[in-house]
Design a binder for this molecule. Structure first.
Ligand code: NAP
Length: 468
């Protein structure tokens, strides 16, 4: 596939191969863009701000509906591409496409609902005779940088709200999985004014630095790791920033929980996309009195997770994004075992595959649960009571989402009050997101919120108008 700059598909002599992690076949190549390409893409986006600003919301919304229609026609093709480049089971890639289409429609609707506010000027001494109101105006050029794990939906969560607020976009997909997102950008480009959406590919450090430090870029919307997010925050200067970063989500299971439901939640949350989900269940904090029962069911359900070919509709779990990612998970699991954790099932790696794994007797200070383990692992931390559970849940630098299974409303309320996370889910695993809810973490998990309405709001600035 090619880059998209000012409405033209651009290739380069130097290319990067995109591999299928299931069988290592090369699926396609993308151009290895450089700083000069980034400059061109930013200039094209800056030039297109005028036509986007002048477009009526009605027309813009209609264009977004047209893009939705064309993407819907390519649903199967793009879902398959997601599975081939990421190793995600086809069932889950189809869900990702459903959600992406839904996100785009929500943004098309939101583009007609960008309201300012009337200010009661006469509430202040100086404003007695004045009328005042605000208008929401576009920021200008938005840099959208996305990770590999949900390559289309996480990209559309940035690009669609940016467009809805009449901005232009320079989009940089992950080098590990750029194809489906490039396809989407190419389709968008066909419907929008030239330069309204540009897509560039190449080494993240080079392209990212150029994007993040450019004076012509007004906002950076980034989803990815904490390390890259921190590097962006240090370099971005006076730009608006949305950072959706890593997670280490706890699932607390108390002694009054519906154990069956909790186990289902744990399995769904730990192994979805082979554990490569920012809101995956990364730590199971279980009250001692129900731990044995919970763990027995967890192991039994984990052993039923069917691994295999991502394109087989029967497959529950495919490989990780590459062998290096699987090696990282293996190293963290082995470290925990060496320090006293007990391996109950899984634990083996073969190439980029890592078996769904359950570990008991995990301690809160082990690397496996202090850092974000991006793989299919269920580490169980046993605790005596709710206070200990909350302390364990809050014991990492992350704060994306958290879940608790309990039938006791007082316990649920205490968890809501005391857990440091952007969302708290009661009787549900934290691996849950609807595309309209405000989504974004506390602590090192990021800053700002996505979710269409909130993202659109963040893609505007407020201008005050006073009539004296
Ligand atoms: P990553 O390594 O941080 O990469 C994310 C994106 O940043 C890629 O497009 C990458 O490009 C680019 N990049 C690399 N260096 C950069 C730099 N110096 N400046 C600007 N951009 C740069 O993350 P990943 O491994 O793809 O994704 C996994 C991480 O994302 C996990 O930590 C996960 O929790 C997090 N995540 C968070 C959310 C959320 O909503 N909170 C959702 C999904 C994933 P290259 O690919 O070319 O290096």
């Amino acid at each position: 596939m090619k880059m998209l700059i000012e409405g033209k598909l651009i290739d380069k002599n130097e290319k990067i191969a995109v591999e299928n992690p299931f069988n290592n076949e090369i699926i396609d190549y993308v151009p290895s863009g450089d700083a000069e390409d980034v400059k061109k893409a930013i200039s094209a986006a800056a030039k297109a701000t005028k036509s986007m600003k002048e477009m009526s919301s009605r027309k813009l919304s209609r264009i977004m509906y047209d893009i939705h229609q064309e993407l819907k026609e390519k649903h199967q093709e793009i879902s398959k591409l997601i599975s081939r480049e990421t190793g995600k089971p086809i069932r889950d890639s189809m869900v990702e496409m459903d959600r992406s289409l839904q996100t785009l429609l929500m943004a098309a609707e939101e583009s007609k609902r960008i309201y300012g506010e009337t200010i009661p000027m006469d509430a202040a001494i100086a404003g007695r005779t004045a009328f005042g109101f605000t208008i929401k105006i576009p920021l200008g050029v938005v840099a959208a940088i996305s990770p590999f794990n949900y390559p289309v939906n996480l990209a559309i969560h940035k690009i669609a709200p940016a467009l809805a607020a009449k901005n232009t976009v320079v989009f940089k997909p992950s080098t590990k999985a750029p194809l489906a997102a490039l396809k989407m950008a190419e389709i968008m480009g066909r419907h929008l004014p030239d330069g309204a959406v540009n897509a560039i590919t190449g080494p993240g450090g080079v392209l990212g630095d150029q994007l993040v430090t450019s004076d012509q870029v007004n906002k950076v919307s980034f989803t990815g790791s904490v390390a890259t997010g921190l590097s962006i925050a240090r370099k971005a200067g006076m730009k608006k920033l949305t950072l959706e970063l890593g997670g280490n989500d706890p699932l607390i299971v108390l002694d009054d929980a519906d154990i069956d439901a909790a186990v289902m939640g744990a399995v769904g949350g730990s192994y979805l996309n082979a554990g490569q989900v920012c809101i995956g269940v990364k730590r199971l904090i279980v009250q001692e009195s129900v731990a044995d029962e919970f763990i027995e069911q967890l192991v039994s359900r984990t052993q039923k997770v069917k691994t295999g070919d991502p394109l087989d509709p029967e497959t529950d779990m495919g490989p990780l994004i590459d062998e290096k990612a699987a090696l990282n998970v293996e190293q963290s699991v082995n470290d925990a075992i060496q320090k006293g954790a007990q391996l109950l099932c899984g634990g083996k790696r073969e190439g980029a595959f890592f078996q769904p794994t359950v570990l008991d007797q995990v301690e809160v200070d082990m690397e496996l649960v202090q850092r974000e383990t991006f793989g299919p692992v269920s580490p169980v931390i046993r605790v005596e009571n709710l206070d200990e559970a909350i302390k364990a849940a809050n014991s990492t630098p992350y704060g994306l989402q958290a879940g608790v299974f309990t039938q006791n409303i007082a316990n649920a309320k205490k968890v809501v009050r005391e857990i440091e996370a952007g969302s708290v889910l009661i009787n549900k695993q934290p691996t849950f997101r609807t595309d309209n809810m405000p989504f974004g973490g506390f602590k090192m998990s990021g800053m700002g919120k996505e979710g269409v309405k909130y993202a659109v709001e963040d893609m505007t600035r407020t201008k005050m108008v006073v009539i004296g």
